[in-house]
Design a protein around this ligand. Structure first.
Ligand SMILES: O=C(O)CCC(=O)C(=O)O
Length: 285
């Protein structure tokens, strides 16, 4: 794996990078067709719940690489599932992490049919921590590093980031915005120093979720983005709706997938095996 030092330096300083034309437009179009097929199937029945969780305002589905969403479409399944181990993606993530990444989840982002909104500013850590003290402590743990790789399947400008915010705690102004979830003031357009990321089809955004960031969910503005989330192999096990992927234990789950994807999923299974057999129910998020 060759390290692109300028990319790594941008990542270290800003907490995100953009890789233009990571996947050719035709390749992005093929993945898009397959994801749309999966979304149709998911909107009828979410596989973990066994019933629909979709409504007109929803803007994402998790586990778009679940084989249940591809009945009679094995080619579509392969083209989405193989993104997880695609060397262009894995090498890019390895470049910023400084080590081979460990897969943990896929998400498909799309514009909602109703209830458009600007999206809430957050650090992902705020959804796991009970207090600011806990969140500050979690942010300081190197093992907690995760990476979201967003592959745009159509052009979109729906993610904003505060560059460098992963390296420090909030200013009072940032804090007041991102913690104002109930009043919805976290959807403010006044976040200081925010930059909007513009992506063409096939471009990738790699984002450190410790940054202050948000997605935007506009009805009239098409968005179709496949996100693959990775952490470090040594990151702590977190068993939740994101990582609960028991279907991967089925003998034929990874049959026919690319060797690199099988290796990536195999590593995930080894780490999570004893949790994947639990009957715990998680709320889709
Ligand atoms: O891309 C989006 O819409 C939001 C992504 C995000 O905030 C996240 O996954 O933490």
């Amino acid at each position: 794996m060759g390290v692109d030092r300028s990319r790594r330096a941008s990542w270290d300083a800003d907490g995100f990078i953009v890789a233009r034309n990571l996947i050719p437009v035709a390749g992005a179009a093929e993945i898009l067709t397959a994801c749309e097929h999966a979304k149709e199937s998911w909107s009828r029945c979410e596989a973990h719940y066994g019933r629909s969780v979709a409504d007109d305002t929803i803007a994402s589905m998790r586990h778009v690489n679940h084989p249940a969403y591809y009945p009679d479409n094995p080619d579509g399944y392969r083209s989405v599932a193989n993104v997880v181990g695609d060397h262009r993606i894995v090498d890019l993530v390895a470049n910023v992490l400084g080590e081979r990444p460990a897969y943990f989840c896929t998400t498909y982002w799309f514009n909602p049919r109703a209830g458009g909104r600007q999206g809430g500013w957050h650090r992902d850590s705020q959804f796991q921590a009970g207090s600011d003290e806990e969140e500050r402590a979690a942010l300081a743990l190197p093992g907690r590093v995760a990476v979201h790789l967003q592959l745009a399947l159509v052009p979109s400008e729906d993610v904003e980031v505060v560059p460098g915010s992963h390296l420090r705690w909030d200013t009072p102004e940032e804090h007041a915005i991102r913690k104002a979830v109930i009043s919805r003031a976290w959807e403010s357009d006044q976040m200081p120093s925010a930059v909007r990321v513009r992506l063409g089809a096939g471009d990738a955004l790699v984002l450190d979720p410790r940054t202050i960031h948000r997605g935007r969910y506009l009805v009239e503005s098409p968005r179709r983005t496949l996100m693959v989330s990775y952490s470090r192999e040594t990151s702590p096990i977190v068993h939740d709706y994101f990582t609960h992927q028991p279907w991967l234990l089925a003998a034929d789950a990874t049959e026919g997938l690319a060797e690199a994807t099988r290796a990536m999923l195999g590593q995930f299974i080894s780490k999570y095996r004893c949790f994947l057999t639990s009957n715990e129910r998680f709320t889709p998020t």
